[in-house]
Design a protein around this ligand. Structure first.
Ligand SMILES: Cc1ncc(COP(=O)(O)O)c(C=O)c1O
Ligand SMILES: N[C@@H](CCCC[NH3+])C(=O)O
Length: 416
C-alpha cells in the first residue's frame, strides 16, 4: 500500500504526511512513485512488444510524472499541442505519441507533424481533409488512425461516456468505411489504424470486449476491401475502486485483447490508460479551518476546494476522506466543504469523521484528473505537488503565487 498508517499517522510510502504538510503547506497533492511504477508495470507485464502502451497525459501531466513514465518506456496519448510540448519537455519521444481529440487546430497538426508523432487519431471526415492539407503544405505523409465510435454503452457517468453515438467523439460506425476509403485516396494521408475510446471509469470488461469485437470486425471488413489496417488502439477507460467497487482484472482484459488480435493476425494493439496508472497513486491533503454545526448539518470547512479537485462537484464523484492522524474520538456525520463560493463546492457529503481545527485530512485516489482539472476560481493559487519515493520526497510543482495569477493581465490604459 502506498498510503498507510504508521504509528497512527498516514504516510505516503515512508513519508509522514503531517510533516510533508508542515513543509510544503496545504492543499498539497502527494504522489507515490512506487505506486505509479507498479501500476505501469501491471500493464506492461501483459503487453509484449510490438504492442504499445500510451499513457493518457490528461490524467496527470506533471513533468515529473511524465518523466517517470518515459523512463519506464511509456508512449503517450495527448489531446493538445500543449500536452505534446509537455511530453517532450519531460523526456518523452514524439515517435511514441498518439494524438486524440475532436477539434485539433491547424497549428497543433503542423506542430505534431514537425515533431514526427506516431499517429493522429482522426475523429471526423472534416479533420481528415484538414490534416491532408496541412501534411501537403509540410511535404510529409500524416500517419493516421481513424477513431470510430462503436456505439457501446460503457455504463459510466454520462459526462465521461464517450462511445455512444450521441457523444461528440469519433466517426459514426455507419460512416467509417467511407472515411477509410477517402483516407486511402488522399495523397498525404497514410491510413494505418483504427481506434476507439468508449469512456472512463469503466467497471466491467463487457463494454471493452464488445467494442473490441466491433472494431476487429470492421478491420476484417476493411481488409477484405483491400484496406490494410495494421493497428488497433482500444483507448483507456479502466476503472479504479473509489468506494471499494470491483474492477476488471487488467491481465484478463489485456490477454483477451491479445487473443482476439492474434486471431485476425498482423495487428499491433495500443492502449491509452490514464486513471489506472495514476489514480490510486495520489492524495490531496487539506487542513481543517473551521467546524460549523447547524440544526440539520455539520460542516468541516477545509482549505482545499472544488478548484483543487473538481471531480465531486462535476460528477458527484466519491473520494474517501480520511484523517492524517488517526484518533479514537467519536465521529460525527459531516459534509467536507471548501472555501469556494458555490454550494457545489464539496469534497464529500455525509462522511463519518472526527475532525478538529488544524487537523489534516487526506482525500484519497486523487492522482488522476485531480490537479490537471484544477483552476484558479476565486483567485485561489493552485496547490503544490510532491512525489515521494520510499523515504525521499521531491517538490514537483511549487505552489502558485498570487502574482502568477494575474501575470499577463493589464490595467486599463485610458485615463480615469
Ligand atoms: C482518447 C482518450 N484516451 C484515453 C483516455 C484515458 O482514460 P482513462 O483515464 O479512463 O484510462 C481518455 C479519457 O477518458 C481519452 O479521452
Ligand atoms: N475527467 C474525468 C475523466 C474523463 C477523461 C476524459 N475523456 C474524471 O475525472 O473522471
Amino acid at each position: 500500500m502506498s498510503f498507510d498508517y504508521v504509528n497512527g499517522i498516514l504516510h505516503a510510502e515512508q513519508c509522514n504526511i503531517n510533516e510533508l504538510s508542515d513543509t510544503y503547506g496545504t492543499p498539497l497533492y502527494v504522489y507515490s512513485q512506487t505506486q505509479i511504477t507498479a501500476n505501469w508495470q501491471r500493464f506492461a507485464a501483459y503487453w509484449p512488444a510490438p504492442h504499445k502502451l500510451c499513457y493518457a497525459v490528461k490524467a496527470n501531466s506533471n513533468l515529473a510524472v511524465l518523466n517517470l513514465l518515459a523512463r519506464l518506456g511509456a508512449g503517450f496519448d495527448i489531446v493538445s499541442g500543449g500536452e505534446l510540448a509537455r511530453v517532450l519537455a519531460a523526456g518523452g519521444k514524439a515517435k511514441d505519441v498518439v494524438f486524440s481529440g475532436v477539434a485539433k487546430s491547424q497549428e497543433e497538426m503542423a506542430y505534431a507533424l514537425e515533431q514526427g508523432i506516431y499517429c493522429f487519431n482522426v475523429e471526423s471526415a472534416a479533420e481528415l481533409e484538414r490534416l491532408n492539407q496541412v501534411a501537403e503544405t509540410h511535404g510529409v505523409m500524416a500517419p493516421v488512425s481513424l477513431r470510430v465510435n462503436p456505439d457501446v454503452d460503457a455504463q459510466t457517468h454520462p459526462y465521461i461516456s464517450t462511445g455512444l453515438k450521441a457523444n461528440k467523439f469519433g466517426i459514426a460506425m455507419q460512416d467509417a468505411r467511407a472515411v477509410a476509403r477517402r483516407a486511402m485516396a488522399l495523397p498525404n494521408i497514410n491510413l494505418q489504424g483504427l481506434d476507439c475510446h468508449i469512456g472512463s471509469q469503466i467497471l466491467t470488461l463487457e463494454p471493452f470486449l464488445d467494442a473490441a469485437d466491433i472494431m476487429l470486425n470492421l478491420i476484417h471488413e476493411l481488409r477484405e476491401e483491400g484496406i490494410q489496417i495494421t493497428h488497433l488502439d482500444m483507448g483507456g477507460g479502466m476503472g479504479i475502486p473509489y468506494q471499494q467497487e470491483r474492477t476488471p482484472d487488467v491481465s484478463v482484459y489485456l490477454q483477451s485483447l491479445l487473443e482476439r488480435a492474434e486471431k485476425l493476425g498482423n495487428l499491433t494493439l495500443l492502449l491509452e490508460p490514464g486513471r489506472a496508472i495514476v489514480g490510486n497513486a495520489g492524495a490531496l491533503i487539506t487542513t481543517v479551518e473551521y467546524l460549523k454545526s447547524g440544526e440539520d448539518k455539520n460542516f468541516v470547512l477545509v482549505d482545499a476546494a472544488m478548484n483543487d479537485l473538481m471531480r465531486p462537484a462535476l460528477y458527484q464523484a466519491y473520494h474517501d476522506i480520511i484523517p492524517v492522524r488517526q484518533c479514537d474520538a467519536d465521529t460525527a456525520i459531516v459534509d467536507v466543504v471548501g472555501p469556494v463560493c458555490e454550494t457545489g463546492d464539496f469534497l464529500g457529503h455525509a462522511r463519518h469523521l472526527s475532525a478538529q481545527e488544524g487537523d489534516r485530512l487526506a482525500v484519497m485516489n486523487a492522482g488522476a484528473y485531480g490537479f490537471t482539472m484544477s483552476s484558479n476560481y476565486n483567485t485561489r493559487p493552485r496547490a503544490a505537488e510532491v512525489m515521494v519515493n520510499g523515504g525521499q520526497v521531491q517538490l514537483i510543482r511549487e505552489r502558485e503565487r498570487l502574482e502568477d495569477l494575474w501575470k499577463g493581465e493589464y490595467l486599463l490604459e485610458t485615463p480615469e
